[in-house]
Design a protein around this ligand. Structure first.
Ligand code: NAP
Length: 259
């Protein structure tokens, strides 16, 4: 039997686009109250309105840069002015920067990926934990990637970052055993969002090539899986879920049709 998400507090990082924005709408449509964070506040305004339109009784937003401890702390202090408890934390903020081999990749890209995907996740989780441990059956849902499970050329730092996310998820589950807090990871494959545009630093043509001839996952497909994971009864944890489009059998095995 599923649990109702009606009225539950769901905090989503990286809610200004892609999976995070779709999650805001999807949880909103379940009647959940959504708390949205990202750096682009103008985008958050739109997403919060979309979540409200979808059915969220309360959709609020605040600037958040997960790569800064002071920003994360200010964000959580603001969250505490709205609620003392959280039911779901979705650590989604992150992404890839560049696709260069180790021989030519830059410190800035490596540091950026570690800051968001690894340290950002740790910072937000540490700050949110006191609000989660008071809510048995609450869920920390981390967004990983198939890149955290299988390496690819040009992906050394991103794969390392997402492998880090996977191990943080596993360690947290051990640390929180007995508290009633559930911990899971949702690891998507190829999905069409702003991910590739960010990775290729605004090169839209290069980003479009990633999805050429393929029917990739849509952000909504991933958001639906998040809702399903969050909606399991309190005694059920989905530890790890991998979600891929049917055209992607493995990281290097993608069926591309000429269009
Ligand atoms: N798309 C894929 O193929 C794919 C596959 C597997 C996993 N993933 C993972 O899924 C997650 C969401 O990615 P997406 O595909 O939805 O890409 P996206 O459309 O680029 O969304 C990324 C989100 O992360 C936020 N973000 C980035 N840096 C941040 C920071 N320092 N502080 C706060 N928020 C930050 C962005 O917001 P602002 O820029 O406004 O801050 C944006 O809302 C990422 O962790 C990504 O690694 C993506």
């Amino acid at each position: 039997m599923s649990t109702s998400l009606k009225g539950k507090w769901v905090l989503i990082t990286g809610a200004s686009s892609g999976f995070g924005a779709a999650a805001a709408r999807a949880f909103g449509s379940q009647g959940a109250r959504v708390i949205l964070g990202a750096r682009r506040v103008n985008r958050l305004v739109t997403v919060a309105a979309e979540a409200a339109k979808a059915g969220s009784p309360e959709s609020i937003h605040h600037p958040l840069d997960v790569s800064s401890t002071s920003s994360v702390e200010a964000f959580m202090a603001w969250v505490r002015t709205h609620t003392r408890t959280l039911d779901v934390l979705i650590n989604n903020a992150g992404g890839a920067l560049g696709l260069d081999p180790v021989s030519t990749a830059t410190d800035a890209d490596w540091e950026g990926m570690m800051q968001t995907n690894v340290l950002g996740l740790l910072r937000v989780t540490r700050a949110a934990l006191p609000l989660l441990t008071d809510t048995p059956g609450s869920l920390i849902l981390n967004i990983g990637s198939i890149a955290g499970r299988v390496a690819y050329e040009g992906g050394a730092a991103y794969c390392a970052a997402k492998a880090g996310e996977l191990q943080i998820t596993r360690a947290l589950r051990l640390e929180l055993c007995g508290t009633g807090v559930r911990v899971g990871t949702l690891d998507p494959g190829l999905a069409e969002t702003e991910f590739s545009k960010v990775r290729f630093k605004g090169d839209e043509a290069r980003a479009a090539k990633v999805y050429e001839g393929v029917t990739p996952l849509a952000a909504e497909d991933v958001a639906e899986a998040m809702v399903w994971m969050a909606n399991r009864p309190a005694h059920v944890t989905i530890d790890e879920m991998v979600i891929k489009c049917t055209d992607q059998a493995a990281i290097h095995k993608v069926n591309r049709q000429p269009r």
